[in-house]
Design a protein around this ligand. Structure first.
Ligand SMILES: [Fe+2]
Length: 340
């Protein structure tokens, strides 16, 4: 079996003096490197775009764009290419600046061939190490991301179990959080929400009543009209919920849960915000929650028909509910299916 020879390491020589380029090219080629040449900054960038080099020998003093001016741009566009500066006059300030901008070494003209090859080999080794480190870091970052995803999935499972346990306590609310989530997300989509905003809404909807874990079921399921004190007590689930999930989810989710019983016109109990100052997630939840509550049986009344519930939601647009949210809610698939 014939084994392919390892690819030669490539070097781009950037120098305005042709004789310098040629002599470097000869010397490096004899020592096993694959060389290209460029006479100025533009040629150098063009050459690298067509054929990225492992290393660039970059003359500091060139007419037009100098090597030290080209260096930052070159490192930005070709971060994996090592750069060695070449100079006839060693100005420590310029050299230090070039090293700060990403050059790995410098060589002085006229070149001492032995020293030059030794420097280039050292820089090539350093570059390989840096690339290996970069690759390892990327692999590790990928693993961390995967673990974060797995943790999030575990968290989702735990939350879903918690919601399931909450709803199992009460036959009237079985499936309520899931149905509210579907309606809220569809309303969010109709409002043009996407990405993280929509994801936050999904979580807020799933968790909106989690605070009812702390509410006495005998009050929650009381057959008959609630007294103002009892109603006030039940509304504490809007503050209990955020204290349960606060350490686990972001502020957008927490605030949507906290305000999901707020009235758009500010007439809700203990309300601190009004109108568009109520988080959008909470305004969406208010509509979705009310629709599902009206169309479900309750200990004190039978379920209302969907048509009547829609009429009630429309009637309360501008008072209890945000009219823009009601408009979006009326465009959701569940409402459209009722029109057929
Ligand atoms: Fe609620």
């Amino acid at each position: 079996m014939v084994t392919a020879a390892p690819a030669k390491e490539s070097i781009l020589i950037v120098d305005d003096e042709k004789t310098v380029r040629r002599s470097l090219n000869r010397c490096l080629t004899v020592n096993g490197f694959d060389c290209e040449e460029a006479g100025n900054a533009e040629e150098a960038l063009g050459s690298l775009q067509n054929n990225p080099a492992d290393l660039v020998i970059l003359d500091i003093m060139m007419p037009g764009t100098s090597g030290s001016d080209l260096l930052p741009q070159l490192k930005k566009s070709f971060p994996d290419t090592a750069v060695v500066m070449a100079t006839a006059v060693v100005d420590p300030d310029i050299i230090v600046n070039c090293m700060k901008n990403g050059a790995l070494d410098y060589i002085t003209k006229p070149f001492d061939v032995k020293q030059l090859i030794s420097n280039i080999q050292t820089v090539m080794e350093k570059r390989k190490l840096e690339l290996n480190l970069k690759e390892t870091r990327q692999v590790l970052e990928g693993k961390v991301e995967k673990q974060a995803r797995e943790l999030q999935e575990l968290f989702i499972d735990a939350i879903e179990s918690l919601v399931g346990a909450l709803e199992a306590k009460d036959k009237y609310t079985a499936g309520h959080s899931r149905r509210v989530t579907k309606i809220a997300v569809d309303t969010g989509l109709a409002l043009g929400l996407s990405g993280e905003e929509l994801e936050n809404l999904r979580w807020a909807a799933l968790l909106h009543d989690i605070g009812k874990i702390g509410i006495d079921p005998s009050v929650q399921n009381k057959p008959g009209t609630l007294t103002p004190t009892e109603y006030n007590y039940i509304l504490t689930h809007c503050t209990i919920g955020p204290s349960i999930v606060g350490p686990l989810v972001n502020d957008m989710i927490v605030e949507a849960i906290r305000h999901h019983h707020d009235s758009y016109d500010g007439t809700g109990l203990n309300q601190t915000v009004i109108g568009k100052d109520i988080p959008l997630g909470a305004r969406i939840l208010a509509v979705a929650d009310s629709f599902d509550a009206m169309t479900s049986d309750r200990p004190y009344r039978a379920a209302m028909s969907a048509g009547k519930a829609i009429a009630e939601i429309k009637r309360c647009a501008g008072t209890q509910f945000d009219p823009a949210v009601v408009k979006a809610f009326l465009k959701t698939p569940i409402i459209n299916s009722l029109k057929d």
